[in-house]
Write a protein that binds this ligand. Sequence first.
Ligand code: 13P
Ligand code: SF4
Length: 302
Amino acid sequence: MKIVDEISKLKKERNAIILAHNYQLPEVQDIADFVGDSLGLSIEAAKTQAHVIVFCGVHFMAETAKILSPGKTVLLPDETAGCPMAEMITEEDVRSLKAQFPRAKVVCYVNTSARVKAESDICCTSGNAEKIIREAVGEDETVIFIPDQYLARNIEQRVGRKFIFWEGYCPVHIQILPEDIEKMRSRYPGAEVLVHPECRPEVVALADRVLSTEGMCRYVLRSEKRAFIIGTEVGILHRMQKENPEKKFYPLSERAICPNMKKITLEKVLWALEENRHEIIVPVDVMERAKVSLEKMIQYQP
Ligand code: 13P
Ligand code: SF4
C-alpha cells in the first residue's frame, strides 16, 4: 500500500485530523485536512471533533493545539521540530520584565512556550497582532511585546505607539534583505511584493503589503494581479501555486527556509499515527494559565 493510503486508513481508524502549517513540505500539505497560519490552525484545533490531532508544524503550534483541546491526543511527528524564536525567551525573563514594569500588559506572540504564554496577559499571531493592540489594549496602557523585536517594531509603526520589547527574532525571516526586494523587482517588474511582519522593518518599508501567511494566501487568491514576489518561508509557494495555477509566484529570497518546518515527513506522519509519537503533554497548571491568553487570542480574527 502507498504511504498516503496507509496514512488515510489509519487516520480513519483513529479518528484523527492532520493539521499542517503553510511552511510544511508539499507532500505533507497535500495529505493534510487543513493547511493554514498559526491563527487558523489554533481555531481549527479548538473546534475539531477528532480524537487525535497530528500536528505538522513546530512544537509551540502543537502545544497550542493541546492547550486549546486538552481532551485530545496531540501528536508532533518529530519532537525536535522547534522554533528558535520561541526558545529566545523564558518564563523567568517574562517575570523579570513584569517586575520592572508592573502595570504593563504583556502581549505575547504565539511563537512562545506554554510557560511563557502562562505568564502573559494575551497572545497574538501575525494575523491579529495589530487588531489585538488596537482593540484589546487600552490606549494609555504600557505594552510589553514579546519575543519578536521585528514584529513588535512593525506593529509599532502601524499603530503609532511604542512598546517595551524583547530582542528575539526569526532566524529565517531576518535573512530577507532590502536588496532582495530591489533585485527581484527589477527582475519581475509589475509583480507585487508581499512580506511577513517577522521581516526587518527596512524590508517591510519597501514591500507592497505586509501579511500573515494566511493573509498572503487569501490576498493572492482575490487579487487581479498575475505575479507576486513572496517574502516569507518558501514552503508557502506550494499552496499558492496549487490554488492559483494561472498566476506566477517568486520567492523573495531562496534562503528563507525553516529547517524545523521541514523535519516533518510522510514517514514520520505515518509513524506518529502508528505509534502515538510524539505525544504533547503540558502540566495542568501551566495549561490552565496559558489557555486564558490563548482563548483571548482566538476571539480576534482579521
Ligand atoms: P503565520 O503563519 O501565523 O503567519 O506565522 C509564521 C511563522 O513564522 C510561524 O512560525
Ligand atoms: Fe520559528 Fe521562524 Fe521557523 Fe516560524 S519560520 S517556525 S518563526 S524559525
